[in-house]
Design a protein around this ligand. Structure first.
Ligand code: PA5
Length: 404
């Protein structure tokens, strides 16, 4: 079970968070709160995953924002914790960068591949452009009939350019529920298909996200602390970890909180660090810079003793005191030292203690963060489920590109 730790032991009134949660539950975009996906849908996802594993060395997942960060976060976080399938997941359509796209094409080379194009609206420019490129590559390699069998479209159930194309060409289709927005969609087919293709148990992930009352309370506590701090001038939150496999998870968290809270002149700025690396860069600012920051740690409790400091014949490097100690043990001491130093330096620090990196625990953490995010935004008086600000750049870009 995940644990939430604060300096004062979590002694705070949760009434406002409970009230905000009631409001969230009544919202028409709160579909992600329900058991994420029906069993029949899971069977369909697993069937598609099996086919992709049988005929593809690569699955190119095309999507941007909430349409790719959640599954990439889970897949990256579980590296080493499961047996990967034959099919490697590649990503495209999350930028308009030709170098990034060419790299994916070069990695595929002449190997077998399929494409999962993911766009709820079905009209987002970045994935739409990438999809056209990979679709042409599929047709060139397999001919159009086989190419269409290798395209999996995850999109709206009724409308949008991608929906219409998928119906016309008979692509395998997965539906993004109407009542779930992109950044809350990792436990729908948006995230579950790539995760299943990677070889991760989607049942375990979903079991973890089943909304235990303890997880709900943790989400309320976290939301209450962060919104209270925001009122006292702590307008920046740093999500910190010593686990590099959680780097993409932090990217997902930033998107979730940034797009949900940052509107109407409100919102806590979400940033992230991966220590020890960042102790030697942003660590200086954290310890000693402006005091408008609070810090939330994702801390893995399980320590491995796989790598130890070896004994050597001389102590010329002065590391004799560490001989025989595991790297994880040393890192744990670095973490404890950092938490204490930052607290002493005036940074409020919270910790989510994750027993180990597993699909079940990640499911729980996703649920806790999603609830905490929707509740925090509601407590700050903003709608957690829209993103009106994203339209501004699109409007300018379309005008510069002469979109009809
Ligand atoms: O969270 C969101 O709603 C957004 O980040 C979307 O996921 C992102 O803009 C991609 O949209 P779409 O899936 O419609 O292409």
């Amino acid at each position: 079970m995940i644990e939430f730790r604060t300096e004062n032991g979590g002694n705070i009134n949760l009434d406002a968070a409970s009230e905000a949660f009631l409001k969230v539950q009544r919202d028409e975009m709160a579909g992600w709160l329900e058991v994420p996906t029906k069993e029949t849908d899971l069977e369909e996802i697993k069937r598609a995953a099996k086919k992709i594993n049988s005929d593809s060395d690569f699955l190119v997942c095309i999507g941007i924002g909430g349409s790719y960060l959640g599954h990439k976060a889970v897949i990256d976080a579980l590296e080493g914790a499961y047996t990967p399938s034959r099919t490697k997941i590649l990503y495209a359509g999350n930028s308009l960068n030709s170098f990034a796209l060419s790299k994916v094409l070069a990695e595929i080379g002449d190997k077998d591949f399929s494409v999962n194009v993911i766009s709820k609206s079905g009209t987002t420019t970045e994935p739409a452009v990438a999809f056209r490129i990979f679709k042409e590559k599929l047709i060139e390699k397999y001919g159009s009939s086989e190419a269409h069998k290798r395209i999996y479209a995850t999109t709206d159930g009724n409308s949008g350019a991608l929906h219409d194309e998928a119906v016309a060409n008979n692509y395998t289709r997965f539906i993004v529920p109407d009542n779930v927005g992109g950044r809350y969609s990792v436990l729908t087919p948006v995230g579950l298909l790539p995760i299943a293709v990677a070889g991760i148990s989607i049942e375990d992930l979903i079991a973890g996200a089943s909304g235990q009352s303890t997880d709900l309370e943790m989400a309320f506590l976290y939301a209450t602390y962060r919104t209270t701090l925001a009122k006292h001038g702590f307008d920046t939150e740093i999500l910190a970890t010593f686990e590099p496999r959680l780097q993409t998870f932090s990217e997902w968290w930033k998107q979730l909180f940034g797009e949900s809270e940052g509107k109407g002149g409100q919102g806590i700025f979400p940033a992230s660090v991966v220590y020890s690396t960042d102790l030697h860069s942003l660590g200086q600012y954290m310890q000693d810079g402006r005091r408008n920051i609070f810090e939330t740690f994702m801390r893995i409790a399980e320590l491995s003793d796989k790598v130890k400091v070896p004994k050597t014949s001389s102590d010329i490097d002065g590391l004799g005191y560490l001989e025989g100690k595991s790297l994880d043990y040393i890192q744990e001491k670095a973490l404890e030292a950092t938490v204490d130093a930052h607290r002493a330096g005036g940074i409020p620090v919270f910790e989510f203690i994750i027993p180990e990196l597993s699909a079940k625990n990640l499911g729980a953490l996703i649920y806790i963060f999603e609830v905490a995010c929707a509740v925090s935004a509601t407590m700050q008086g903003v709608n957690p489920f829209d993103q009106p600000g994203v339209e501004s750049y699109k409007k300018n870009m379309f005008s510069l590109l002469g979109k009809p």
